[in-house]
Design a protein around this ligand. Structure first.
Ligand SMILES: *[C@@H]1O[C@H](CO)[C@@H](O)[C@H](O)[C@H]1NC(C)=O
Ligand SMILES: *[C@@H]1O[C@H](CO)[C@@H](O)[C@H](O)[C@H]1NC(C)=O
Ligand SMILES: *[C@@H]1O[C@H](CO)[C@@H](O)[C@H](O)[C@H]1NC(C)=O
Ligand SMILES: *[C@@H]1O[C@H](CO)[C@@H](O)[C@H](O)[C@H]1NC(C)=O
Length: 408
């Protein structure tokens, strides 16, 4: 029994490593429905829509040693549940800063990551995640712990590595050639760790244990950037796989390395988009976490009265990536790119026209993270034949605002 379990796990694991390690797009037979990166419109009838909910900046796991930390996580679950029940989306995108790793001491941040995806999973809705600047950050000791208040009694939860789990872990460890340092996993004593769980660990824990996850590893030459992959929304007609829209997911860094989209990521996307959409005839949308410098430019034009936007513009200033390395140039040149969606700034939820596309923020969804602006989620609604892309914000109290047509 034990061996059988281990062997099966081996096979699944080996397969996953093989298909995933090269490129998230190439897998097509690990439970074929999902790992081929294709999502089908529901319904199949004319006039059907494909709806996506964006959950940004949930910041799970903060201040586990206080009352407010766990309370915030419960409230974030409520926000997501409300939005999911009202909107009933076909797909959910977790737009980074799913957890606040610099504020907890667990061995395995997937414990919190898992809580954050649970409302979506519980409703059987497929999803994809990408990384923000807090997801793999290392623990930051609060300075006031060193003043008179002192260091609180911290319970450092750790994965309960039972006998069976140890076997599985051992197998994973042996087979796993490209990631991970499992050091410390088996040492029961040191339960607190101060380094974050790596992007690769987080992603692997998610995709190997969730059949509804469409998240993918990017190619290894984009390292240390990880969440780079492409998903395809295909026609509602079940007899063919005609793409209706491509969704590009990118890792905008931060946390364990600078907050940038590298030149090699741009080159990869140039190659990838050429491959999947050579004549730029199919609409494309793009997701990452930290706004690019172009968001700053747009916000300035708005302040000068030169651009019309929808949504909250002036609650705070744009906190952009550290540098621009060519991604915006590439996206500007592709007529098929309709919109970019980011999180990171909790007080902003605008959409503004830029060149021939739209730059949009999501809406702060989590109770974790800075700011007390009301929580909500950006919703995207896509139609086929003719193609259209509409968006709005759905708030926690059920109200809707900032409706905008991003493409027709
Ligand atoms: C980390 O947590 C996830 C989610 O709870 C779990 O699936 C995984 O086995 C854990 N990994 C380790 C190394 O404990
Ligand atoms: C770990 O799991 C085992 C088996 O499920 C259980 O008996 C034990 O009490 C757990 N230990 C801790 C520290 O939770
Ligand atoms: C992009 O494609 C070119 C030409 O095939 C190749 O030489 C290059 O390595 C590719 N770059 C990336 C980042 O995939
Ligand atoms: C819902 O929340 C928004 C944002 O906080 C607020 O402006 C609005 O008045 C609320 N509406 C209702 C019906 O509670």
């Amino acid at each position: 029994m034990g061996w059988c379990r281990i062997t099966i796990l081996c096979l699944i694991w080996q397969h996953t490593v093989m298909v995933r390690s090269e490129d998230g797009l190439e897998d097509d037979d690990l439970t074929s429905r999902l790992r081929d990166g294709r999502l089908r419109f529901a319904g199949g009838s004319k006039g059907s829509t494909f709806k996506v909910a964006l959950f940004a900046d949930l910041h799970f796991g903060e201040n586990a040693w206080s009352d407010w930390g766990p309370e915030h996580d419960l409230n974030s679950v409520k926000v997501m549940s409300t939005v999911l029940d009202i909107e009933r989306p076909d797909f959910v995108v977790y737009l980074g800063d799913v957890v606040t790793a610099n504020n907890f001491l667990v061995h395995n941040a997937s414990l919190y990551w898992d809580q954050a995806i649970s409302p979506t999973r519980a409703r059987n809705i497929p999803w994809a995640t990408l990384f923000g600047n807090h997801d793999d950050a290392r623990f930051e000791w609060p300075i006031d712990w060193f003043s008179s208040s002192g260091i609180p009694q911290i319970l450092c939860p750790s994965a309960n590595v039972s006998g069976e789990l140890q076997n599985e872990m051992f197998v994973l460890m042996v087979l796993d050639e490209f990631i991970l340092n499992w050091e410390g996993l088996f040492s029961g004593g040191d339960k607190c760790v101060f380094k974050g769980t790596t992007r690769l660990e987080l992603m692997r824990n998610e995709i190997t244990r969730n059949t509804l996850s469409y998240t993918g590893f990017g190619p290894q030459n984009l390292w240390p950037s990880v969440s780079n992959y492409v998903l395809t929304v295909v026609s509602p007609k079940s007899d063919h796989n005609l793409p209706v829209m491509f969704m590009y997911f990118l890792d905008s860094g931060g946390g364990s390395y600078p907050g940038v989209i590298s030149n090699i990521q741009s080159e990869w996307l140039r190659n990838k988009s050429q491959e999947v959409n050579p004549d730029s005839s199919i609409p494309e949308i793009v997701f990452w976490h930290i706004p690019s410098k172009a968001y700053e430019k747009v916000a300035k034009k708005v302040a000068d009265g030169r651009t019309q936007c929808v949504g909250s513009m002036f609650e705070e200033s744009v906190a952009a990536q550290d540098a621009e390395m060519g991604m915006m140039k590439l996206l500007k040149e592709r007529p098929s790119v309709k919109a970019i969606f980011v999180g990171h700034n909790h007080g902003l939820d605008w959409c503004c026209p830029y060149e021939k596309m739209w730059l949009c923020y999501a809406r702060h969804t989590g109770y974790g993270g800075y700011g007390t602006w009301a929580r909500g989620a950006r919703i995207l609604e896509i139609t086929d034949e003719p193609f259209s892309l509409k968006s709005w914000i759905r708030m926690e109290n059920g109200t809707l605002h900032s409706e905008v047509v991003l493409s027709t």
